[in-house]
Design a protein around this ligand. Structure first.
Ligand code: SAH
Length: 508
């Protein structure tokens, strides 16, 4: 009989980067992933597309029955010989029922490996700026379930020992029982003025922290309807947060921002906004697709020796160009002695990933800059290949031809409307919980208006801060009746990010 293996992997507390390298390795080879409510779904992207994904939250009805069914599922997949990742929030062995799952696997003789994870208490501690231990305050920390004794008359926790014996106490699953547990600490001698912090959805962009003391935290939590999942940190160390908080006080913390760039291009911009604390919703309003026909580009690619210059004016042009080269079973050597011009440093960076060092980057990073540079160098009688988007301006071919060059400009990709908009972003707009929408080219805003219709566009963006990358895009926004709130002095993603951060810093 084939024998599988079950990896019990700690997914970490929420932020997708907080899983271990070993955890990612296991996910990469998984045939089946059984995941929990608390494990970040983004982590499933590490698993092969073919892997079966099973949400454990859906199995069975009640809690214990759930667990039995999960155990049975793991055993049966193991017996089928599958490589299974059981992905659990935080650490599998900290209030994670990992022990029970391993016992079931042991009983069935199925091999397993346990990959630890950053447990919620540790994640919350780091991201709330509350060290769990500190030489000036405490040398001990206890992790406690807040549910113990909830369904029973007697708690098995020695409350007196807990209240006075441990400097820092972290309760898991302790929000619904908060009042009772704080009372127990006070009744057992812990000062009612001991600082307390509740940390909800720790390490994620939705992290919420509420601070108080043993005596008032339950009232405060009730007043704002504070909900699980959260850990409760009790101890003098909580006071250090005022000085050490770094995550939830960044300029864009708690702000929801929509990025409308094409999916292939959005990542870098989203990462910049996220680094300043924003929650980014990617809602591509542009889709990049292959040209109707490759024939024009293929003619060029199969005889690159005819060209003196290859001019590339966007990362997309670079990617489509080299991917097509690859599809034709060719590689960068096909370029031979052909010199390469990149419109700017970003495009040059993408070119370098294909093993080519650009020969020319103009001082002014736009089409006009390319033209100016060739005017300076002289291009009379030379042949130029300029693979471009279907909607690109004709400036480069026209101007270079005027200077006596022979320019061929085949279409390397097309810029089209996506079939639909991201439902999550639309939902957020409808619920009026979006703070800012960003437009990084005229087509991003025009396409959005096209897809929504102008009335819906103006209605949905009421009260939403509009950020545009530069004057051309801003004009397109205004033409559609939108008011532009943010436009950086320099037309780069970095400057746009800074301008957005500045805007929200001021408008707090
Ligand atoms: N095995 C998990 C704990 C599971 S028990 C771990 O090691 O973290 C579920 C409890 O964990 C929740 O009720 C909550 O108290 C805590 N928890 C899990 N993820 C959390 C998060 N991102 N932020 C705050 N608390 C979290």
């Amino acid at each position: 009989m084939p024998r599988g293996i079950i990896y019990l992997v700690g997914a970490g507390p929420g932020a997708p980067g907080l899983i271990t390298l070993r955890g990612v390795e296991c996910l990469k080879r998984a045939e089946v992933v059984v995941y929990d409510y608390l494990a970040n779904e983004q982590l499933l992207n590490h698993a092969p597309a073919t892997a079966e994904r099973i949400y454990a939250g859906k199995i069975g009805g009640r809690h214990n029955q759930d667990q039995d069914e999960i155990n049975r599922l793991l055993v049966s997949k193991g017996l089928e010989g599958k490589v299974v990742v059981r992905l659990k929030g935080g650490d599998p062995f900290v209030f994670g029922r990992g022990g029970e799952e391993c016992e079931a696997l042991c009983a069935a003789g199925i091999p397993f490996e346990i990959v630890p994870g950053v447990t919620a208490a540790v994640g919350a501690s780091a991201y709330a700026g509350i060290p769990l231990t500190h030489r000036d305050f405490t040398a001990s920390v206890a992790f406690v379930t807040g549910q113990e004794g909830k369904d029973k008359d007697e708690s098995t926790i020695d409350w007196q020992h807990l209240a006075l014996g441990s400097g820092t106490i972290v309760f898991y699953m302790g929000i619904t029982t908060l009042r009772r547990n704080m009372q127990r600490l006070a009744d057992n001698g812990r000062s009612p003025h001991t600082p307390v912090a509740l940390v909800r959805w720790a390490t994620t962009s939705g992290q919420q922290v509420l601070t108080g003391t043993i005596v008032d935290i339950a009232d405060k939590a009730e007043a704002i309807g504070f909900k699980p999942p959260a850990v409760t940190i009790v101890g003098e160390v909580v006071g250090l947060r005022d000085q050490l908080r770094w995550f939830d006080n960044r300029p864009l913390s708690g702000r929801k921002i929509i990025v409308t760039r094409a999916a292939e291009q959005a990542g870098e911009f989203s990462a910049m906004l996220e680094a300043r604390g924003a929650t980014v919703l990617e809602c591509p309003t542009i889709k990049l697709i292959e040209p109707d026909s490759w024939s024009e580009l293929d003619v060029a690619l199969t005889d690159m020796s005819r060209y003196d210059w290859l001019v590339l004016t966007s990362g997309n042009a670079v990617r489509f160009f080299f991917e097509r080269l690859n599809a034709l079973q060719l590689d960068s050597r096909a370029l031979g002695g052909c010199k390469v011009c990149a419109v700017g440093p970003k495009t040059a960076e993408v070119i370098r990933t294909y093993g080519i060092r650009p020969d020319l980057i103009p001082a002014d990073y736009k089409a006009e800059g390319v033209v100016a540079e060739f005017a300076r160098l002289g291009i009379n009688g030379q042949t130029v290949l300029y693979p471009r988007a279907d909607k690109a301006r004709d400036l480069i071919p026209q101007q270079l031809e005027v200077m006596g060059a022979h320019v061929m400009s085949p279409i390397a990709y097309r810029n089209v409307l996506p079939d639909r908009l991201c439902p999550e972003a639309l939902f957020a707009l409808e619920k009026r919980c979006v703070d800012c929408i960003t437009f990084t080219s005229s087509s991003t805003v025009r396409n959005l208006s096209h897809l929504l219709g102008i009335d819906l566009l103006t209605d949905m963006l009421k009260g939403v801060t509009v950020a545009s990358i530069g004057p051309i895009t801003s004009k397109s926004c205004r033409d559609l009746g939108l008011k532009v709130d943010i436009e950086p002095a320099e037309y780069t993603l970095g400057a746009l990010t800074e301008a957005i951060a500045q805007h929200f810093l001021i408008s707090v």
